[in-house]
Design a protein around this ligand. Structure first.
Ligand code: PLP
Length: 372
């Protein structure tokens, strides 16, 4: 039996040299919106690109293999992947979500809750009693984000997934911050993984996209059907670019997280820094769990400056190399101020509950060499 390829090999070479028309080494891009039927009342593998497309299918297959899933659906954005995840819920069902999740996820959950599509309990999932109380309400879905955006809080995927299963809930993990290179939630017991492929999977800040991966074929089919019904599938060109970026996922991650460890260490010894949130630091409250469930600490970190907004403004305006911008996971270093940028959609109350203050800055560390 052939040996299962290493993940690095899957990322670098899935679909390479598979073109039967001309022997193209790089899989061709199929931009066609529609495909010829072989004959009357006969169907081929593809008919219409909203439903399925060869370029998108190759990206989906690669992501599913890296996550160890039965299949994946590639969507037009990370938010459409999360929306797809929520599409199957009924009005009498409950979602347990992190109180400090990505601001867009929080906004989507709150908007759908307000329209009575389902109920939501925003919970500090690291608080055992709060999590237990939420699970006692028999949720249908537990959504996990670890490390969380932007505070890098870590929760135990295996433990939460097992406890959710006991009450009949499915577990979904937003794996955007680490990618399958550093964390594989399905192997830890989760049912679904969602991604903003905009970030590390593509890695070059030139595509907005998403994906959902499921461990069971029946779930893959159900999500694929909903993706077709609602039309949230990703474009072929975006799929092509994302796969091209994904080819280098593993070496990018390795270098970017090595840089991050050094930046985190430097910041934690700086007199003007009040706190550093990076799971690779021994002082991080989630360090032990991160070490167990991740194969690296990632390339995202956040920190708090002494001196409030005045210090934040001065700091941001004096930076070089780092660009003040939303998003993350690209080869270039970015800095964001979550309270006024990425997480503004949470509103004042949500920000306060999540502990996202004015002094917090988030870094996405790139490939640039360090000068510290
Ligand atoms: N999940 C996380 C953790 C994110 O950080 C983001 C975006 O920043 C999203 C989901 C949403 O992804 P997109 O911007 O591709 O819709």
């Amino acid at each position: 039996m052939p040996k299962t390829p290493e993940p690095e090999t899957i990322a670098a070479s899935n679909g390479i040299a598979s073109d039967e028309s001309f022997g193209a080494v790089t899989p061709p891009i199929f931009l066609s919106s529609t495909f010829a039927f072989p004959g009357f009342e006969q169907s081929g593998p593809y008919d219409y690109s909203r439903t399925s497309n060869p370029s998108r299918a190759l990206l989906a297959d690669t992501i599913a293999r890296l996550e160890g899933g039965a299949g994946a659906i590639v969507t037009s954005s990370g938010m459409s992947a999360i929306n797809l995840l929520l599409s199957r819920l009924e009005p009498d069902e409950l979602v347990v979500a992190p109180h400090d999740c990505y601001g867009g996820t929080y906004r989507l959950l709150a908007a759908r809750r307000d329209r009575h599509h389902f109920s939501v309990a925003f919970v500090d999932q690291a608080d055992d009693a709060a999590l237990e109380a939420a699970l006692e309400q028999y949720p249908a879905l537990v959504l996990i984000e670890t490390p969380s955006n932007p505070l890098m809080r870590i929760v135990d995927i295996a433990s939460i997934s097992a406890r959710a299963k006991q009450v009949g809930a499915k577990t979904a993990v937003d794996n955007t911050f680490l990618s399958p290179a550093l964390q594989r939630p399905l192997a830890l017991g989760a049912d679904f993984v969602v991604h903003s492929t905009t970030k590390y999977l593509n890695g070059h800040s030139d595509v907005v996209g998403g994906a959902i991966v499921a461990g069971e074929v029946t779930d893959v089919e159900a999500f694929a059907a909903w993706a077709n019904i609602t039309g949230v599938t990703g474009a072929p060109f975006d799929s092509y670019l994302t796969l091209r970026g994904l080819r280098t996922l593993y070496p990018r991650m390795e270098r970017q997280q090595a840089n991050s460890m050094q930046v985190a260490t430097y910041l934690s010894g700086h007199p003007e820094v009040a706190a550093v949130h990076y799971p690779g630091l021994l002082s991080h409250p989630g360090h032990a769990i991160a070490k167990l469930q991740q194969s690296g600490f990632g390339a995202m970190l956040s920190f708090e400056l002494k001196g409030g907004v005045v210090a934040v403004r001065r700091f941001v305006e004096s930076l070089s190399v780092f660009t003040l911008a939303e998003s993350l996971g690209g080869i270039e270093s970015l800095i964001a101020h979550p309270a006024t940028m990425t997480h503004v959609g949470m509103g004042e109350e949500g920000l306060k509950a999540a502990g996202i203050g004015d002094s917090l800055l988030r870094l996405s560390i790139g490939l640039e060499p360090l000068a510290i």
